[in-house]
Design a protein around this ligand. Structure first.
Ligand SMILES: Cc1cc2nc3c(=O)[nH]c(=O)nc-3n(C[C@H](O)[C@H](O)[C@H](O)COP(=O)(O)OP(=O)(O)OC[C@H]3O[C@@H](n4cnc5c(N)ncnc54)[C@H](O)[C@@H]3O)c2cc1C
Length: 377
């Protein structure tokens, strides 16, 4: 990390502590997305991180944006999840793959945070088997006609814009997929109410429905039937990005557990003086630090323009394990008070579980790693 990266991270952490942490419990309790905090984050340039200034961005690189998400994750992993869907899954995808016209039209409002972005890949019958999607886009009067539905889409209930994957040549299977930029206001687009969830409450998740939606040809993202490459490149960036958000959860759990262990006394001494407790803190540190370094490695590879499927899958696998382990051990160190609804470590424990599922489940990440290690791509 350069001094500039460190400075961005520290500033984002201050913002997260000041503006986000005070609303994090209410976000979770009421499952409420905090628009005012979103707008304030946007005013600081966070919604344009990693995007060039001529397109309204605030500069920096993929690591810059992932560090902001890591800082946000300390206060509210749910907010960081929505931030990542908007910035990494939608805006960065348009930046990487879009035409000049698409970049000019869509990136400035995304970078200002006035237009909210999302990525719609998962379908009711195509989750892990992402290339098995059934949403289709048929050629139609100089554009396409989009029909199908997507589910589990982060930000769907509040989003204005989606990057959507659909089959343009269903007979070609995974080689017949294309990506599109789809606007909420177009006839035939609708969304479900937010889904109720175990964790990541306050990050609205929902379904998106496309009922004979006309897509202008200009909104094809990348080349027709080359969506697989976009999808795989996007998933690598997504895994590396969210690995640092998982690290943010693990760091927060460790910090809170350590502070509690230094204060709380039993049997006439502080918890941290019991070797069984100290060992937990040491193991939390090792897993957190290892995941942190693996995430930085994956982000550095991607930042240098190199393929990093192996590094990104490994980093997210490690970060998911670290987040879950650290949150679990933090509850243990807090004892009964950690088990209470409203305790921060209890919320982190529920939020951490998503990092086993989103961006390809932990099983799928292991399959990717096995394929990469054995050269069977
Ligand atoms: C809160 C949340 C936010 C999300 N946000 C988005 C989003 O913004 N955009 C988006 O497109 N999607 C999003 N998703 C969807 C997410 O990517 C999928 O849930 C995930 O890919 C798993 O798909 P599935 O739920 O259909 O589970 P399934 O694919 O049905 O898997 C169920 C179980 O079977 C296992 N399994 C499946 N295939 C194999 C195999 N070959 N070998 C071994 N085990 C296997 C899985 O690992 C898992 O344990 C989100 C999900 C959640 C919960």
């Amino acid at each position: 990390m350069s001094p500039e990266h460190e400075a961005v991270y520290q500033a984002a952490l201050q913002f997260a502590r000041r503006a986000l942490e005070p609303v994090a419990e209410a976000m979770d309790r009421d499952d409420a997305w905090p628009r005012s905090v979103w707008d304030e984050a946007a005013s600081l340039g966070y919604m344009g991180a990693g995007l060039p200034e001529p397109y309204g961005g605030s500069g920096g690189d993929l690591l810059t944006s992932a560090l902001i998400a890591r800082a946000l994750s300390h206060a509210s992993p749910a907010f960081a999840l929505s931030y990542g869907a908007h910035l990494n899954l939608c805006a960065h995808a348009i930046w990487h793959n879009g035409s000049e016209g698409q970049r000019t039209r869509y990136l400035p409002p995304l970078a200002r945070g006035t237009v909210i972005g999302a990525l719609a890949l998962t379908e009711p019958d195509a989750g892990s088997d992402a290339t098995g999607i059934q949403t289709v886009a048929h050629p139609d009067g100089g554009g396409y006609c989009l029909t199908g539905s997507k589910t589990f889409i982060t930000n769907a209930p509040v989003a204005d814009l989606w990057v959507v994957y659909a089959k343009t040549a269903p007979e070609a299977g995974r080689h017949g997929i294309s990506a599109f930029i789809v606007e909420r206001d177009w006839p035939g687009v609708s969304t479900s109410p937010p889904f109720a969830k175990l964790g990541m409450r306050g990050s609205p998740t929902g379904a998106v429905f496309f009922d004979d939606v006309h897509i202008p040809r200009d909104n094809l993202l990348g080349e027709e039937n080359r969506g697989l490459q976009l999808m795989m490149g996007g998933l690598d960036r997504e895994r590396a990005f969210y690995a640092l958000s998982g690290v943010g959860i693990a760091e927060e759990a460790l910090e809170r557990a350590l502070a509690h262990a230094q204060l709380r006394r039993q049997f006439g001494q502080r918890l941290v003086e019991f070797e069984l407790v100290a060992a937990k803190l040491a193991d939390m540190y090792v897993q957190t630090r290892a995941a942190h370094l693996m995430a930085l490695d994956a982000l550095a590879q991607l930042g240098a323009g190199r393929r990093a499927s192996r590094e990104a899958a490994a980093a997210l696998l490690a970060a998911g394990q670290a987040a879950r382990f650290a949150a679990d051990e933090a509850i243990q160190i807090f004892g009964g008070s950690g088990f209470l609804t409203g305790s921060v470590v209890e919320r982190l424990y529920r939020d951490a579980k998503l990092f086993d599922i989103g961006a390809g489940t932990k099983e799928i990440r292991r399959l990717i790693l096995a394929r990469e290690l054995s050269g069977m791509r």
